[in-house]
Design a protein around this ligand. Structure first.
Ligand code: FMN
Length: 648
């Protein structure tokens, strides 16, 4: 078989170990971690799914090496707890049995540890240890690690590395980037020591070198050690790419894979985890530049999900391996699909940050486009139904199509009816906004997958009561979405007003000055896009804040972009559309004109309840999913679609 992406599919030997391909699963912190730091069954199943999906290596994330001074959240692993070895062994086994190499990330958060976790009995009067004395932004006092403590931590790396090897891990990743302890030593911003661990770059690298030596001593020659570093800290005062190159040169002889990421968690979250506003692979240049100066194999990471781009990264010698985190949440089978030349079936990550936000807020793991994530123990395989049924689905948005795929996989006869002429529902409107293009693509990918599962799709067909009853389905899934709210404002029906969902059709009519009415997610993102295209954009929102429902990881990045590009008017209500903009009034009744020759109306969505009411008695089994229940997220639609189909 001729592989379309021969470089990605090419095995690689790192240390003494062969990896089946060059697509590695980067560390992603778990949720099912026991209170004493063991890997729960749910987490094991999560990592196993990555291995089943074809990744060359799967890195289990964040094993603390020195719990006495570390632990930034409740999901750190701890290999020093008596009896913990079993859980690590089961996890390594679960990864290995599908042909992937199990790796474990060894980490220490340093000054950014959650002090409440490290100083439980307050013996140290709630202080945190870091490379140098300072006061953290939250007021926490940071004490400089003593040399004895440094030696204790260095030794702890070795001890944990030895245990990890015994548990069956075949590679170890030392986390030396993203602002955590090893990075704090490397950084002139954090490191103000005057001893042999501070000052010159050589001194700042000393701790990293000692850590690597300690791990090497425990695991032996040939056992692959991957060192994760930020190629540059990418903030004023942090180390630069030139420093990154020097750091790499100083450690390359003692490691087997240099993993080049970027920035720090605390000062550039949307760069370290490139947000939807960033180019895919925006950090690859760091790996590529460093690779020119070292002989050790180099891995690149950051917003990668496109097979052609990843193939080119390796083919052109910018890196030897590509690593992905979110892309493998969205589609754990991504490597497998690339190996099989089925790249058109890859479900792309939307970079919406639901994954990171859900863990922070609800302690669950979730992915907008992959309903299996976080539910791996419920069963990763779709179990065929005992009796084949006829399933009619009204609506080919993401929820309807996901329902169709799942129902068809269970062996049912599935017909999807869609009143427009194409798939995606509301996602169709995302095609004109480049940073949301993957949302648009999702509709097309789901359509392709549904057709491959044998689903019949009838476009230009609206399901009404008569239609549904004539089809006599055993099950009806109503996924007929939502419609835009049109606020009762004088002049809202004029030609210069464009509904945000219609923007992609009327893009060419938008003038140079625009006022966006409605500061929810859709309004904010459209405003950013219009401004990025060079237009003058004003954003009017009745509430006092923008996009309050956006998730906790995406929202700060969204607001940052808004403040870069858009003039915001909160607390204003639009009362009249004029030729020159929108006349607004504030809570005291004061009027003002917000200028804009075009008005984009993004006042929210309303569930299409009428269709639901009409259809709800049209089959023995009826499920209502997605926006027609209540306008919500793609996540909700996809989950509800999948589960409604499982319930048939
Ligand atoms: C849900 C999630 C959890 C993560 N947890 C960790 C972690 O525990 N340790 C770590 O070094 N990086 C962690 N990361 C960062 C990723 O390893 C990766 O560096 C980052 O997401 C950029 O890669 P991507 O664009 O392919 O997602 C996490 C990322 C995500 C999305």
């Amino acid at each position: 078989m001729e592989r379309k992406y021969p470089n990605l599919c090419n095995p690689i030997k790192i240390g003494n170990v062969w990896f089946r391909n060059r697509m590695f699963s980067a560390p992603m912190g778990g949720t099912d971690i026991t209170a004493d730091g063991c890997i729960g069954r749910g987490s094991t199943a999560f990592y196993e799914l990555r291995a089943k999906g074809g990744a060359g290596a799967v890195t289990v994330s964040e094993c603390m090496v020195h719990p006495e001074t570390d632990g930034s959240h409740a999901y750190h692993l701890d290999l020093k707890v008596p009896g913990s070895l079993a859980s690590f062994t089961y996890t390594a086994d679960a990864i290995r049995r599908h042909g992937a190499i199990p790796s474990l990330e060894l980490s220490h958060s340093g000054q950014f540890a959650g002090t409440y976790m490290t100083d439980k009995d307050k013996k140290n009067t709630l202080c945190q240890y870091g490379v140098s004395t300072s006061v953290r932004a939250d007021g926490m006092e940071i004490r400089e690690l003593t040399k004895d403590q440094i030696q204790e931590i260095v030794a702890a790396y070795g001890e944990v590395a030895g245990n990890a090897k015994r548990a069956g891990f075949e590679m170890l990743m030392i986390h030396g980037g993203h602002g955590w302890l090893v990075n704090q030593f490397l950084s002139p911003y954090f490191n103000h020591r005057t001893d042999e661990y501070g000052g010159s770059l050589e001194n700042r690298v000393r701790f990293a070198k000692e850590v690597i030596a300690s791990v090497r001593n425990a695991v032996g020659i040939g056992f692959p050690i991957e060192f994760r570093m930020s190629g540059s800290e990418l903030f004023e005062g942090g180390y630069t790419l030139e420093d990154g190159i020097e750091i790499a040169k100083q450690i390359e002889d003692s490691i087997d894979l240099l993993h080049v990421s970027a920035g720090t968690y605390q000062r550039g979250f949307g760069i370290t985890h490139p947000s939807m506003f960033e180019e895919h692979g925006r950090n690859v240049y760091l790996a590529a530049e460093i690779k020119k100066h070292v002989k050790v194999p180099v891995a690149a990471i950051g917003g990668l999900n496109d097979p052609a781009q990843m193939e080119e990264i390796i083919a052109s010698g910018q890196a030897d391996v590509v690593e992905m985190a979110r892309a493998l949440l969205a589609d754990h089978q991504l490597p497998d699909k690339i190996m099989r030349n089925e790249e058109d079936k890859i479900i792309k990550c939307l970079r919406c940050f639901t994954c990171m936000a859900e863990r922070a807020v609800t302690s669950t793991r979730r992915c907008t486009v992959n309903p299996l994530i976080g539910r791996e123990l419920d069963g990763m395989e779709i179990i065929p139904a005992r009796k084949k049924k006829k399933v009619l689905i009204a609506g080919a948005g993401p929820g309807g199509l996901q329902a169709a795929i799942t129902a068809a996989r269970r062996g049912h006869q599935v017909i999807v009816c869609e009143k427009t002429d194409g798939p995606g529902g509301i996602l169709k409107s995302e095609q004109a906004i480049p940073f949301k293009h993957e949302m648009y693509e999702l509709g097309n990918t789901l359509e392709r997958m549904a057709k491959e599962e044998g689903v019949e799709i009838r476009y230009g067909t609206e399901v009404d009561k008569l239609y549904a009853e004539r089809e006599t389905p055993d099950a009806l899934i109503i996924a007929c979405g939502s419609s835009p709210v049109i606020p009762p404002i004088e002049g809202i029906d004029q030609d210069q007003v464009i509904m945000v969902n219609q923007y992609y059709l009327k893009k060419d009519q938008v003038s140079d000055t625009v006022v966006v009415l409605g500061g929810g997610l859709a309004g904010c993102e459209c405003a950013i896009h219009l401004a990025q295209e060079g237009r003058t954009v004003h954003l009017v929102e009745m509430r006092s804040e923008l996009a309050p429902d956006a998730n906790v990881r995406h929202r700060p990045l969204l607001l940052e972009k808004i403040s870069d590009y858009v003039t915001v008017h909160t607390g204003l209500k639009g009362i009249k559309v004029t030729e020159d903009g929108i006349l607004c009034e504030d809570s005291d009744g004061r009027e003002s004109l917000v200028p804009g020759k075009t008005v984009i109306c993004a006042a929210g969505q309303r569930a299409n309840r009428k269709a639901v009411d009409e259809l709800r008695d049209s089959a023995p089994y009826v499920a209502v999913i997605g926006d027609c229940v209540k306008p919500s997220t793609i996540t909700t639609a996809v989950y509800q679609g999948h589960h409604a189909a499982l319930d048939i």
